[in-house]
Design a protein around this ligand. Structure first.
Ligand code: HAM
Length: 418
């Protein structure tokens, strides 16, 4: 038997209700904060991601689903949305149409990571990208959007971590200091971190390896390398988060796995999802638009992993979704009148009622069982003596009341139900 590819999930109807619950909250908050939806293709030219995310990052160096198509194009299934949104922003000159563009997305992403709980090869993100302003209030807003969504979904056990990576000159100075700090302990570092020493020394700071963590425990802090402007930006973000009553902790080791960040970075973590604790992550990326050949445009955003959030929700019992009952179940009393049942149900459905009936030639008892399973508000009995008299009988399943309606006046029945 052919099975689904490792690290991909089918989302079955019983889970879809939770997905819809979550995405409805996302869309509601996007309305409150005035973000507009954007959809971009599932695949892009590979160069977009290698240039956008950074050649030395784990995503680009070992996780992308890249292939050469039949026209010799080098294509990659999108591992994240920021680069794609920036590409669309430049391609459609969105910056010319509006000074500030606030965009949101919900989309599948692809990364060939080692699958484990909360880590998939096809996963889903929702996120936002706000392009066009340096204002630290926008950094605070982006964090607030993420926080409000998670709170509104019902999560309680979440922590906001923030940091600032300053501007490239500050980061370069810090990277040199960090490199010097770890150099004499190089041999004790994990293999990954030894490689990072050459490619992206900052990433050693958020290594999951215990020895690496001990080694960098007393490493210099990036915050000591920030200049006046960067510090002021960071301090304002913190002040605004306090005003918005968002609890946060400053984590100088929060560097994130993508190269495009400048100034603010943040993550919201849950202690309920095991090793993959980051429910969402993001930050400011003032240089990316220019780097992808657009006009210099400051920007900030985040993305959140839907599967991880649902794991956290499950662990916290954050919400339960009641399935919508159907309006009417048609119970067919005689086999011969199948066509009539079909006709009545079509009429009811045209009137926006949620209707079901039996396709499996089941007994009346089995049809009633089915009606109960669907928690049907009404049952309509079609057949028997009443049908001979040109009538159908409607039963209100909550009160038990029964009422007869003429078959040629189904609109009376519809009005009665609505
Ligand atoms: P990221 O940290 O790579 O950032 O991913 C954001 C979130 O996506 C993670 O916190 C996690 O919840 C989820 N995620 C990532 N990889 C996986 C996976 N393999 N399986 C399941 N969930 C996963 C970005 O993608 C940036 N584009 C965020 C951003 C937007 N920064 C600025 N704007």
């Amino acid at each position: 038997m052919i099975k689904a590819i490792k690290g991909t999930n089918d989302i079955l109807p019983e889970e879809i209700v939770n997905w819809n619950y979550l995405t409805n909250i996302v869309k509601e908050q996007m309305r409150f904060f005035n973000y507009k939806e954007i959809r971009t293709p599932i695949f892009e030219h590979t160069a977009l991601f290698s240039r956008g995310i950074g050649e030395g990052t784990d995503i680009v160096s070992k996780e992308m689903y890249s292939f050469i198509d039949r026209s010799e194009n080098n294509i990659t299934l999108k591992p994240e949305m920021t680069a794609s949104v920036v590409r669309a922003f430049i391609e459609h000159s969105l910056g010319k149409q509006s000074g500030l563009n606030k965009l949101f997305y919900i989309s599948p992403m692809f990364r060939q990571e080692r699958p484990q709980a909360g880590r998939l090869r096809q996963f889903h993100q929702f996120g936002i990208e706000a392009l066009g302003s340096h204002n630290p209030a926008l950094d605070a807003e982006v964090i607030q959007v993420a926080f409000e969504i998670l709170k509104n979904i019902g999560l309680k056990d979440i922590t906001v971590k923030i940091n600032s990576l300053g501007v490239p000159e500050e980061r370069t100075k810090f990277s040199e200091a960090l490199k010097e700090f770890v150099l004499d302990k190089k041999d004790q570092l994990s293999e990954d971190s030894q490689r990072r020493l050459e490619t992206n020394v900052l990433r050693i700071l958020d290594s999951k390896n215990k020895t690496d963590q001990q080694i960098v425990a007393n490493a210099p802090s990036i915050l000591d390398f920030l200049g006046e402007e960067s510090l002021e930006h960071f301090n304002t973000v913190k002040e605004l988060l306090e005003l918005a009553k968002i609890p946060f902790s400053v984590e100088p080791k929060l560097v994130r796995g993508l190269d495009y960040y400048t100034h603010t970075t943040f993550e919201i973590v849950s202690s309920r999802v095991g090793a993959q604790s980051a429910l969402c992550g993001g930050g400011r990326y003032n240089l990316l638009v220019e780097q992808l050949d657009g006009k210099s445009t400051p920007a900030v955003g985040f993305a959140a992993g839907i599967e991880r959030i649902l794991i956290a929700c499950n662990a916290e019992n954050a919400f339960t979704v009641e399935e919508n009952p159907i309006d009417i179940y048609l119970v067919r009393l005689d086999k011969e009148i199948e066509n009539i049942v079909f006709k009545i149900s079509s009429e009811l459905r045209k009137n926006k009622l949620n209707v079901e009936f039996d396709y499996l030639s089941r007994s009346v008892k089995a049809q009633m069982r089915e009606a109960n399973k669907y928690k049907s508000r009404y049952v309509l009995f079609v057949g028997g003596e009443e049908y001979e008299k040109g009538q159908v009988q409607l039963k209100n399943m909550e009160t038990g009341d029964q009422q007869l309606f003429a078959l040629n006046q189904i609109e009376d029945l519809i009005n009665n139900i609505k």
